[in-house]
Design a protein around this ligand. Sequence first.
Ligand code: 5GP
Ligand code: ZN
Length: 114
Amino acid sequence: MDECIFCKIAQGDMPADTVYQDERVTAFRDVSPQAKTHVLVIPNVHYDSLNEASADESDLLAHTLRICAMVARDEGIDESGYRMLTNIGEEGGQSVAHLHFHVMGGQELTGKLA
Ligand code: 5GP
Ligand code: ZN
């Protein structure tokens, strides 16, 4: 997707504070962190949201979730606890239409929503 900022980040065409990248996923710090630790984990290929990542993408989705857990470990928040979530669509509060998982922690998280 030409105009998608997260595609550009995954392709290295837009700067980001990247903490991990492989051929399938990229993890980078959220530009406007909602917690002390706030990393976004995205598949490098474009899906608007979880709705578009079909059953065919189960390997990619599993890998993405594993990388979320790895990032939490690398950030030192796996033992203290963290939250991982994905917002989907307008009423879900999604503002960037490229599937991404928030990994948030490093502090007590209040409430149950991001
Ligand atoms: P959403 O609201 O779609 O679930 O999450 C989008 C997230 O992307 C927000 O937390 C927002 O701060 C972050 N974000 C938006 N634009 C950029 C950007 O250009 N770079 C980075 N690193 N994060 C961004
Ligand atoms: Zn994209």
